[in-house]
Design a protein around this ligand. Structure first.
Ligand code: ZN
Length: 351
């Protein structure tokens, strides 16, 4: 049974605009100053300092969708709730709940309930070091927003982050775990940081071969990855439309790529926006480990399916990982300050 603490008093709403720029707006009713300026300490768990909603359309069904991010108690993890169903179905955002990885990552819960396209929000939560949150969604799909993680990063930064009393743990990778599917592969291996090395290789000229490597930190993600949008070959999108999928996909929430050019009039946000988005997806999919990972994730021609398969392979082998508490920072004993003051007051004069 998961107990959820919801903050009722701080709420703001972001609407998905017609622009493809990240949502900058929000009502000026942000979290208290103390919450935003609270020191971030990786030793302890974090949750959101307030409640925030984002509204847009789901990319597959093109139906309006609202997601509300709520604070949650320590050790809750990230939990999704379908609020439109008679019995609110709760789904833990972990690899155990993943039911499909064809076009996006899908979580499944009781009675066949599912939530699709969670990966862009999961990437933002993980990158901004949110350990605990209750995510309410009013339908089977997350709003796609502009196709990136930027609106979610913006929303989290606007409500702020709270440090919690409970210690954080992480998954330490102890030996390489590799999965190959077709000509793509993914691999987790030991590393002192949380590192990603992602490479893609497309025949489409605007994409081609692109690679990127980085240590995941909140600032690196927010500055260099969050704004990277999802993308697709226009022929594939047209085929999906005919099959009744991707009905909400448009130039406002994805990059459409033809053999020789990008169809979006505004072009790309970076020349290598494609591999940046693949890296963003990998951050979100690996967040389904349920805890931060200390390890290097490398992928070549990867995607949701490979990302999920690597996590399953890791957790299938108890010798490949261990759960370890975050190292404690050296801290002064209570009363140390008084001693220090006394020492200063009666200490030898300087100079
Ligand atoms: Zn994506």
């Amino acid at each position: 049974m998961v107990t959820i603490a919801r903050a009722q008093d701080k709420s703001l709403t972001l609407e998905s605009g017609k622009t493809s720029e990240p949502v900058k707006s929000a009502k000026p009713e942000a979290a208290p100053r103390a919450a935003k300026t609270a020191p971030r300490n990786s030793e302890f768990q974090h949750t959101l300092a307030g409640r925030v909603s984002l509204t847009g359309v789901g990319v597959h069904k093109n139906a309006p969708a609202t997601v509300t991010l709520n604070p949650a108690e320590a050790d809750t993890g990230i939990v999704f709730v379908r609020t439109d169903l008679a019995d609110e179905v709760v789904m833990e955002a972990t690899w155990r709940s993943v039911s499909a990885t064809e076009l996006c990552t899908v979580l499944a819960g009781a009675n066949g309930a599912t939530i699709s396209t969670i990966e862009h929000l999961m990437a933002a939560l993980r990158a901004l070091e949110i350990d605990n949150a209750l995510i309410e969604v009013d339908g089977p799909e997350m709003p796609i927003m502009d196709g990136s993680s930027a609106p979610f990063v913006e929303a989290i930064r606007q409500v702020g982050v709270l440090s919690q009393a409970a210690r954080r743990s992480f998954v330490k990778v102890l030996k390489p775990v590799r999965v190959e599917i077709g000509d793509g592969w993914g691999e987790l291996s030991p590393c002192a940081t949380t590192r990603f090395e992602v490479e893609i290789d497309f025949e489409l000229k605007p994409i081609g071969r692109q690679s990127i490597a980085f240590d995941l930190t909140p600032d690196v993600f927010a500055d260099d990855f969050a704004r990277a949008r999802t993308f697709g070959r226009i022929q594939d999108v047209e085929r999906l439309w005919k099959m009744g999928f991707a009905l909400g996909a448009s130039l406002e929430n994805s990059i459409a790529v033809a053999d020789d050019r990008v169809l979006n009039p505004e072009g790309t946000r970076w020349p290598d926006e494609f591999v940046r988005h693949k890296a963003l997806d990998a951050v979100g999919d690996l967040a389904l480990s349920g805890l931060p990972i200390r390890g290097l994730y490398r992928s070549y021609k990867g995607g949701h399916r490979i990302n999920a398969a690597v996590l399953q392979a890791l957790f299938a082998d108890p010798t490949a990982y261990e759960i370890v508490p975050a190292p404690a920072h050296p801290r002064r004993e209570q009363g140390h300050a008084e001693i220090a003051v006394a020492a200063a007051a009666y200490g030898p004069e300087r100079g």
